[in-house]
Design a protein around this ligand. Structure first.
Ligand code: S5P
Length: 265
């Protein structure tokens, strides 16, 4: 099997966080840079989807607060299914409050700190949100990584170039930040973010779809291969997989496209 350093090059050497290495190592094993956006409202359907596509995807991105039948016990089934497929658990919570509140929001009903390996955060409130999130993991003796939103895929969003630059400054200064969310629908924007982020941080991109049609409610899409060639290290795919009539085949296609593009890069 290929060594991670061979596939990832400078990115492997420069990303120091253990979770960045966990993701990149697992991507090589599965030959897939696909993060499954499992946007389904029922635990049974989530567990079923993981069983079907788990071997073609590298991380499981959740929105735990969209699950209708959430209880901590039921959620345990999702965690177990993900771990059984060696998937990193990534809660897309988009924390955006002051540090102290983000710390407490990592607990609460969903107790994100106890199971998530990675979470997303907005940088709008300043860099202390990052320390708040890290303090919550610290409180339960776990280590996690944060992905900061530097760009978004939705049309007319307010994340300007300057906002993205400041976000990268926060991310560069924080040991808890493993990477950035970039706009997967625009190779030019990914390239620009890549130039600023350097090799020490990953870029994960939503807004990718193989049939690159218009998404609903202002979502925009680009091709996963273009995103990876432009500097994305993970393609976040939701509808393209769970909305397909054959999720397993779809996941395999995304995995192949993303892996091939990484090797080309
Ligand atoms: O800018 C963004 C950031 C994120 S994290 N645009 C996004 O679409 N996302 C997330 O990616 C969104 O919350 C959803 O879970 C996923 C995209 O889903 P899809 O069905 O459009 O592939």
């Amino acid at each position: 099997m290929m060594q991670p350093e061979e596939a990832w090059g400078a990115r492997w050497r420069a990303c120091a966080h253990p979770l960045a290495h966990q993701y990149m190592g697992s991507a090589v094993q599965k030959q897939s840079l696909v993060v499954l956006a499992a946007d389904l409202p029922r635990v049974d359907d989530l567990v079923d989807l993981i069983a079907r596509v788990g071997s073609h995807v590298t991380a499981l991105k959740t929105h735990v607060d969209m699950v209708d039948d959430f209880t901590m016990d039921e959620w345990g089934r999702v965690i177990e299914a993900a771990r059984a497929h060696d998937l990193m658990l990534f809660e897309d919570r988009k924390f955006a409050d002051i540090g102290r509140v983000a710390q407490t929001q990592m607990g609460g009903l969903y107790d994100i700190r106890s199971w998530a390996d990675a979470v997303t955060a907005h940088s709008v409130s300043g860099p202390d949100v990052l320390d708040g999130i890290a303090a919550a993991w610290d409180g339960v003796q776990r280590i996690g990584g944060i992905l900061l939103l530097a760009q978004m895929s939705s049309r007319d969003n307010l994340l300007s170039e300057e906002y993205g630059n400041r976000t990268v400054e926060f991310g560069t200064a924080s040991p808890h930040v493993i990477g950035y969310i970039g706009n997967g629908s625009s190779p030019a924007e990914i390239e620009s973010l890549r130039a600023k982020a350097g090799d020490g941080r990953m870029i994960w991109t939503p807004g990718v779809n193989l049939s690159a049609a218009e998404g609903v409610l202002g979502q925009r899409y680009g091709h996963p291969s273009d995103a990876v060639r432009a500097g994305s290290d993970a393609v976040i795919v939701g509808s393209g997989i769970h909305g397909d009539e054959n999720p397993e085949e779809a996941a395999r296609s995304y995995a192949e496209a993303s892996w091939k593009a990484l090797l080309e890069r």
